[in-house]
Design a protein around this ligand. Structure first.
Ligand SMILES: Cc1cc2nc3c(=O)[nH]c(=O)nc-3n(C[C@H](O)[C@H](O)[C@H](O)COP(=O)(O)OP(=O)(O)OC[C@H]3O[C@@H](n4cnc5c(N)ncnc54)[C@H](O)[C@@H]3O)c2cc1C
Length: 390
């Protein structure tokens, strides 16, 4: 066991840190205030090779291992969770699914454009009536002579208004339940695809979030990703990677909280001394550091397992659950250290709290992750009550 990063990994992390501080940090506050999705920044992330970093080089990626990818995501998350959302969705949910499940033609058509940031993608799983219970989706895909017609609605889809391609999960045979689900690559300029921006979010204000309507959207047979009935497996395998990315971003939030708090505590004076001199302030900082380091170790463990090709659903759930809750706690404590100044956006900590809050909800709520961990430990599935569907 080696807790040291290699020289190459350190370089990846340091150059990501530099890029984020120089290019992302100056935009964050204005984008957040304006609730503006920064398309130019998304292109810059692509130019840096941060969209699709683990994708094979032959498809436009960097063939980076998961640990290296996590280090980049941590740095982006430290500075801007909305930009981190672009990296996570595009890389882990969209590119990762196409690379793993796509035909050669689908990979060649979409991956180079997605990895470069020329095109954007979204992952449309959640529906208005089905969130945690993703196996019960109602969006319907019906066969036609030339392909499929898809009808239904999706909710809370990150980048749904700005994406060029949507991974749409739909039911092909309701009697088969989750075994009837399929995933389709739907170009968003297809007739019948429309989206609406969701306004009024607590955080992630410069991340685009959409409600999507699919009204008899016709796609060719080659839009099917994987086989009919593979939809649930595709969604779960994508989420295994997406959750890792969210967790890594949350380590970044924790780290940002530590650094902002230490700097502020050394500068701000009360009772004639820097507030860092007070034991109760140091306690807040110490708690943040412990949570950050524990979250980071759990993320690295999940990344190392992914790199070894070992099954890691539970370890990823543990990392996601812990790191997201840690980010919320750290942001809350960082505001406390900043006093009244922590309540306005002159400092990043109030945005950290607003942005961290969603991470315990999406890509599996904290409750769902506890149930995954508990199921693994006990062998009993407590997620679906025995009376469900009766
Ligand atoms: C900003 C944002 C961006 C998002 N981006 C995307 C995206 O890009 N793509 C996408 O497909 N989705 C996306 N989502 C949706 C997100 O994944 C869902 O919100 C999440 O899965 C929870 O589903 P829900 O909101 O329907 O809550 P529900 O499933 O209705 O849960 C409500 C509450 O019930 C609890 N609960 C539910 N089932 C159980 C159970 N079995 N046991 C115990 N407690 C339970 C939950 O933990 C939660 O506390 C996004 C959401 C947000 C807010």
């Amino acid at each position: 066991m080696d807790f040291q990063l290699t020289d190459e990994q350190r370089l990846i992390s340091e150059s990501a840190r530099e890029f984020c501080d120089k290019e992302i940090a100056p935009r964050v506050r204005e984008n957040d205030r304006a609730g503006r999705f920064d398309r130019e920044l998304a292109s810059m992330l692509g130019e840096m090779g941060y969209l699709g970093a683990p994708v094979a080089e032959e498809y436009g990626g960097r063939s980076l291992d998961y640990l290296g990818y996590g280090l980049i995501v941590e740095q982006v998350g430290r500075v801007d969770s909305s930009a981190r959302t672009v990296v996570s969705v595009q890389t882990s949910l969209v590119c990762g699914s196409i690379e793993r499940w796509g035909t050669e033609e689908q990979k060649r058509r979409w991956l180079p454009r997605l990895c470069s940031g020329e095109a954007l993608g979204c992952f449309a799983l959640t529906e208005p009536d089905f969130g945690s219970d993703a196996a019960s989706l109602r969006t319907r895909a019906e066969r036609t002579d030339s392909g499929w017609t898809i009808t239904g609605g999706k909710m809370w889809i990150s980048m749904g208004n700005v994406a060029d391609v949507a991974l749409v999960f739909a039911q092909t045979d309701p009697e088969k339940k989750h075994r009837g689900l399929a995933c389709f690559l739907v170009p968003t300029d297809t007739d019948g695809y429309s989206s609406q921006e969701i306004h009024g979010k607590l955080g992630l204000r410069s991340s685009d979030t959409a409600e999507i309507s699919l009204d008899e959207v016709e796609v060719a047979g080659d839009a099917l990703l994987g086989g009919i009935g593979d939809g649930f497996k595709i969604a779960m395998s994508a989420l295994d990677n997406g959750r890792y990315s969210v967790a890594a971003g949350c380590v970044g939030i924790c780290d940002g909280c530590v650094h902002a708090s230490v700097a502020y505590a050394k500068e701000r004076k009360q009772f004639g001394v820097p507030i860092a001199s007070f034991q109760l302030v140091q306690e807040l900082i110490a708690e943040m550091i412990v949570k950050r380091d524990a979250a980071r170790m759990l993320v690295w463990r999940a990344g190392a397992l992914k790199d070894r090709g070992v099954r890691n659903t539970v370890e990823t759930s543990i990392a996601k659950y812990y790191a997201t809750e840690a980010a919320v706690d750290c942001a809350n404590m960082a505001i406390q250290v900043h006093g009244g100044s922590g309540y306005v956006d002159d400092y990043p900590v109030e945005r950290y709290l607003r942005d961290a809050r969603v991470t315990t909800l999406y890509e599996g709520t904290s409750q769902i992750h506890k149930l995954i961990i508990g199921r693994d430990a006990t062998g009993i599935n407590a997620m679906v009550p025995s009376t469900a569907g009766e």
